[in-house]
Design a protein around this ligand. Sequence first.
Ligand code: IPE
Ligand code: IPE
Ligand code: MG
Length: 248
Amino acid sequence: MPERTNSSAVPRHVAIIMDGNGRWARQRALPRQAGHRAGVKPVRRVVESCAERGVEVLTLFAFSSENWQRPAEEVRGLMSLFVDALDREVEELDSNGIRLKFIGDLTSLNPVLLERIRAAELKTLQNTRMTLVIAVAYGGRWDLAQAAKRMAAEVTEGKLKLDDINSECLASYLALADLPDLDLLIRSGGEQRVSNFLLWEIAYAELFFTDVLWPDFDANELTRAFDFFCGRERRFGQTSDQVGAATC
Ligand code: IPE
Ligand code: IPE
Ligand code: MG
């Protein structure tokens, strides 16, 4: 019997929970911020690698709605790291054909960061090689709640009919509307949980967990994740016979 493998070798949409910066720093007796700084390089690596492999959308979890509860100094450090990273990277992302999109409760961000975000989105709007989505101040529950609120408002205004609300309709109000379905979710740092990331979108995503801490995440680890994906048989509720075997 041939080993059952995925019908599509390359996931169209990959999302990553970039976890483990704090523990990476702690192992080296460094402040947590040093771990966050060390986490920038692997971001560059995975963006390049995913674009080269033909991934259409890469969604990175940079800061969760719950991360606001961290010590103020750490939050400040992360926000200034985001501003610096945008200042440094947008030019190159743009010249590499990457479109940048940010999702999350962006109104909660400081005006300096928000201004950089809007400028980066505008500058890279026409790029088509890959979409890089950065989730900042994002929570899956926030996303579902904002979608419900907007739908309710449109029903009240008579723009949306109650009978037209179904899962497809709801999806069109979520932050990732109009992008391909999530295929592969990767989490570094050893935890096997979702931490309020893409709650709706993980419905049929393949889940890859690795103990590697985010600052150590490299091309080798990404290859392991892609190989794992390639080896999955995605049945979407059907039987194995129905979906048939395909090779990577
Ligand atoms: C992920 O690393 C970065 C953010 C959540 C912003 P952590 O800071 O959560 O690292 P650990 O989990 O403490 O090692
Ligand atoms: C998830 O990591 C958020 C990001 C990686 C941005 P956390 O470190 O916040 O998750 P928990 O608290 O361990 O669940
Ligand atoms: Mg963590």
